[in-house]
Design a protein around this ligand. Structure first.
Ligand SMILES: *Cc1c(COP(=O)(O)O)cnc(C)c1O
Length: 400
C-alpha cells in the first residue's frame, strides 16, 4: 500500500531510525565506523567508471566521506523538513563559513543580524572582507533595518534566533520573506533550537546551519557542524564543500549519530528545567531581566511561541545593578555550573554576557532598560536535577 503523508513517522520515531540503512549498518544497530581514505578498484574498467561519477552514497575517496558520515548527513536531512541534503563540516563555524562562501562572491554585500554569534560577525568583517565581500549589520528586532541595509549588491542575509547571549527572537518568517523579495539568500544559525524546535526551511530560510558540537553531540566531546538545504542550495553547498576539502572524521560522525538518538528527550528535559529555573530567577529581587524566550512574559516569548515548536536549556539573565566584581563573586560561588563557553552538553555551564563592545547598530543594555542593569550571565541548563541547580544559584546570590 502506498504511504500517505499521514504515515510519515513522528520526529521521535525518525530520530531512532534516521540514517540506519541496512547497507550501511549491516547486521548491527549502528553504522560501523568506516575508516577509509582509499578506494581500491577491482580492475581498470571499474577505475574508469568510478572517479568520474560524483554522487552521494558512492565511495570515491575519503574526503567525500564514507557510510558513517553519510548516515549522519542523511539522518540530519531526515529530521529537517524541506531538506534535500546535508553537508558536514569540522565545526559549526566551518559550516557557517561553508554556507556563506557558497553563496557570496567578491563585490557582494552580506547582511548580518547584530545579535549573531561573535565568530560569525568576525567571519563577516574579517575573513569575507579579505575576499571582497562587504558586511553590514542590522537590528535583529526591526525588519525595516534589514530592508534599509539592502542595496543592489546585497546577496545574502545571516539570521540567528534566539540571538547568541542576548536571546532576542527575530521574526524569521518576515525577515526571510524580505530576503526572498530582494533576491537575497537567507542563511540561518539554528544551533539553539535544532530542527526539532524550529523547522527553518519551512519558515522560509534557504540554508540552515547548526553547530553539532552543541546539542547533537550532546556530551561535550566532539566538534562538528552541518548545513542543510533544499535541492538548489544543497547542490551549491556540496560543490563548495568539495572545493574547500571539507570532511569530518568517521569516529566523530559515529559519536554525533549516538548523540542524535537522544536529542529529543535531552531537549525536553533541558527545556523543562530551564523554565523552572528561569521562573525562579524572575522572582529574585537581585534580577532585573530574565532573557528566556520560552518563559511567558519574557522578551520575545510571543514570537517564539508563534514560530518555535520547542526550546532548550540555554538562556540569560541580567542582574539589577551591580558590577563585574559582584558578578564574579556570584559565579565563583557556584559548584554545579562549570565556567565555560559552549553548551548543549549534559552538564550545566555559565558564562558572562557582555555584548556592548561588539554591537554595531543596537546598544547594550537595550533602549528602555535602566542603564545600570547590564551585567548578565548565560546559563546552559544540563541534565542535573533543577532543584540542585536552584540551590547552587542560591549560593551565588548569597555571595553577591
Ligand atoms: C557554538 C556556536 C557556533 C559554532 O559552533 P562550533 O561547533 O563551536 O564551531 C555557531 N553558532 C552558535 C549559535 C553557537 O552557539
Amino acid at each position: 500500500m502506498a504511504k500517505t503523508p499521514t504515515d510519515k513517522p513522528k520526529i521521535a520515531t525518525r530520530l531512532v531510525s534516521a540514517g540506519r540503512r541496512p547497507e550501511w549498518t549491516g547486521s548491527v544497530v549502528n553504522p560501523p565506523v568506516w575508516r577509509a581514505s582509499t578506494h581500491l578498484y577491482a580492475d581498470m574498467a571499474a577505475l574508469k567508471d568510478g572517479p568520474k561519477r560524483n554522487e552521494d552514497g558512492r565511495f570515491f575517496y575519503g574526503r567525500r566521506g564514507a557510510p558513517t558520515q553519510w548516515a549522519l548527513a542523511e539522518a540530519l536531512t531526515e529530521i529537517e523538513p524541506g531538506a534535500a541534503g546535508t553537508i558536514l563540516y569540522p565545526s559549526g563555524v566551518a559550516a557557517l563559513a561553508g554556507a556563506l562562501m557558497a553563496v557570496l562572491k567578491a563585490g557582494d554585500v552580506l547582511l548580518i543580524t547584530d545579535n549573531a554569534y561573535d565568530p560569525t560577525r568576525a567571519m563577516g568583517i574579517g575573513l569575507l572582507t579579505d575576499f571582497g565581500v562587504e558586511t553590514r549589520f542590522f537590528d535583529p528586532l526591526d525588519p525595516a533595518s534589514l530592508e534599509a541595509g539592502i542595496c543592489e549588491r546585497s546577496r545574502a542575509v545571516l539570521l540567528e534566533a534566539p540571538g547568541s547571549l542576548t536571546m532576542e527572537v527575530q521574526d524569521v518568517p518576515a525577515l526571510a520573506a524580505i530576503a526572498r523579495r530582494h533576491g537575497l539568500v537567507s542563511v540561518f544559525d539554528n544551533t539553539w533550537a535544532s530542527p526539532l524546535g524550529f523547522p527553518a526551511l519551512e519558515r522560509g530560510i534557504d540554508i540552515t546551519v547548526m553547530s553539532l558540537s552543541k546539542h547533537v553531540g550532546g556530551h561535550s566531546d566532539l566538534m562538528m557542524g552541518a548545513a542543510s538545504a533544499g535541492e538548489k542550495f544543497y547542490a551549491v553547498l556540496r560543490k563548495r564543500a568539495q572545493q574547500l576539502g571539507q570532511v569530518v572524521s568517521p569516529d566523530d560522525a559515529a559519536l554525533a549519530l549516538r548523540g542524535l538518538r537522544t536529542l529529543g528527550i535531552r531537549l525536553r528535559q533541558e527545556t523543562s528545567s530551564a523554565l523552572e529555573i528561569a521562573e525562579w530567577l524572575r522572582s529574585r529581587p537581585e534580577v532585573a531581566h530574565v532573557l528566556c524566550p520560552m518563559l511567558p512574559g519574557a522578551p520575545g516569548h510571543e514570537v517564539w511561541a508563534r514560530d518555535f515548536t520547542g526550546g532548550c536549556g540555554l538562556f540569560s539573565f541580567v542582574f539589577k545593578g551591580g558590577d563585574a566584581a559582584s558578578r564574579a563573586r556570584f559565579v565563583d560561588a557556584l559548584s554545579l555550573f562549570g565556567i565555560g563557553y559552549s553548551w548543549g552538553g549534559f552538564e550545566s555551564l555559565v558564562v558572562p554576557v557582555d555584548p556592548a563592545p561588539i554591537r554595531a547598530v543596537t546598544p547594550w543594555p537595550p533602549a528602555g532598560w535602566n542603564p545600570t542593569d547590564r551585567f548578565g550571565l548565560r546559563l546552559a541548563i544540563g541534565l542535573e536535577d533543577p532543584t540542585d541547580l536552584i540551590a547552587d544559584l542560591e549560593r551565588g546570590f548569597a555571595a553577591l
